[in-house]
Design a protein around this ligand. Structure first.
Ligand code: FAD
Ligand code: FES
Length: 333
């Protein structure tokens, strides 16, 4: 729609500009709505429109059921109002990380190949960014109207310089078409953030189990660093799964962390190559090592299948579902 409309939740109201998505309008105005993918694939951001009309692409049944659609539920990350609207306050108990979404500009400080088809990119920001360890930004892909989400690998105590771990996707618009092709030191970068509800909870004192697949290690690095800054003796078990040794990265960083902190264990796992270290999937390796996860909390990040298998493994080891937090690197629809 080309007009600005008002979205009211009963408690608060925000204005939503032409073509702006409802989720974007909420987060930019400090109204928290739980959200994860910002691309219509997870369903976390659903809200119920009780009055007014809105435009959105069809949502897959697996993300928003027919019954929910009939009740007026929409994916707020995909929906733009076409009149003033009233929504029910979001159903889930929203634990806001408390940062306002905004546009951010910066300059590339470094692009480093860290493993096969994997780079680390450092972006020096014009202004510091408030975020919680685990969250991500949407990078604008130059010359297109597209954005892609990438997780911060640095903790929020370093708010001026963001670190990203990015894996090449064959034929990918952002990765093969830009990041692995032309992106270079000194290039300007624009993004919005912070996004997502994959957030480190600093008040929880349980031992942590971190399960990563590929570049899903990025937000877990931020979480481990934030946790250790608060408590250098924190118990943290880090499982990093990749297919082959050539895909492993940040080994020195994690070995250094384990050497400096008595509570840290680092376990890289290869799923498609034999070596002197562990083989197989991270969830299976974790189950071999830890008899009960009852007193731990977990953060998982990586490809959807890896995250789902990891959640199952944690539940089999008796972890309570409310202590399991996850981020799935689902491809853009
Ligand atoms: P696209 O142009 O989007 O895709 C090209 C083709 O490849 C399409 O057919 C697409 O369906 C397919 N495809 C894309 N990705 C995959 C895949 N993973 N598996 C199978 N097929 C695929 N990636 C990182 O490397 N580091 C991060 O920190 C990171 N953080 C993310 C955070 C969130 C919340 C989400 C949802 C995703 C994150 N991703 C991350 C994935 C990233 O956003 C992009 O999806 C990825 O880089 C591919 O983008 P692209 O534009 O190069 O490929
Ligand atoms: Fe909207 Fe995932 S569907 S945040």
């Amino acid at each position: 729609s080309a007009e600005t409309f008002t979205i009211s939740t009963g408690k608060s109201s925000v204005s939503c500009g032409p073509d702006q998505k409802m989720l974007d309008a909420f987060l930019r105005n400090g109204v928290w709505v739980p959200n994860s993918c910002n691309q219509g694939t997870c369903g976390t951001c659903k809200v119920r429109v009780v009055r007014g009309t809105a435009d959105h692409p069809p949502a897959p049944d697996s993300v928003l059921s027919v019954a929910e659609q009939e009740q007026g539920f929409v994916l707020s990350c995909q929906t733009t109002p076409s009149s003033d609207v009233v929504i029910d306050p979001p159903a889930e108990n929203p634990d806001s990380p408390g940062h306002v979404l905004r546009d951010i500009a910066g300059t590339v400080g470094a692009v480093t190949e860290i493993a096969a088809d994997t780079v680390s990119v450092t972006v020096l920001l014009d202004e510091p960014l408030d975020f919680t360890a685990g969250q991500y930004v949407e990078l604008a892909v130059p010359g297109t109207a597209e954005t892609r989400p990438y997780s911060m690998a640095n903790p929020p105590s370093e708010p001026d310089k963001l670190e990203f771990h990015i894996r090449r996707q064959p034929g990918g618009l952002a990765t093969e078409g830009w990041i692995f092709q032309t992106l270079d030191v000194g290039d300007p970068v624009t993004m919005s953030g912070p996004w997502g509800d994959f957030c480190f909870e600093p008040d929880e004192s349980a031992g942590l189990i971190l399960l990563a697949g590929g570049t899903g290690l990025a937000p877990l690095k931020a979480i481990a660093r934030a946790a250790l800054a608060a408590d250098p003796d924190r118990e943290i078990h880090v499982y990093h799964g990749v297919r082959t040794r050539a895909e492993l990265y940040d080994v020195d960083f994690w070995e250094g962390l384990a050497a400096a902190h008595p509570g840290v264990r680092y376990i890289p796992c290869l799923s498609r190559e034999q070596w002197s270290g562990r083989t197989g999937y991270v969830g299976d390796a974790m189950m071999e090592d830890i008899a009960s996860c009852r007193n731990h909390a977990a953060y998982l990040c990586g490809p959807p299948a890896m995250v789902e298998a990891g959640v199952k493994a944690l539940k089999r080891r008796r972890m309570s579902p409310r202590r399991i937090r996850r981020e799935k690197y689902t491809p853009a629809a």
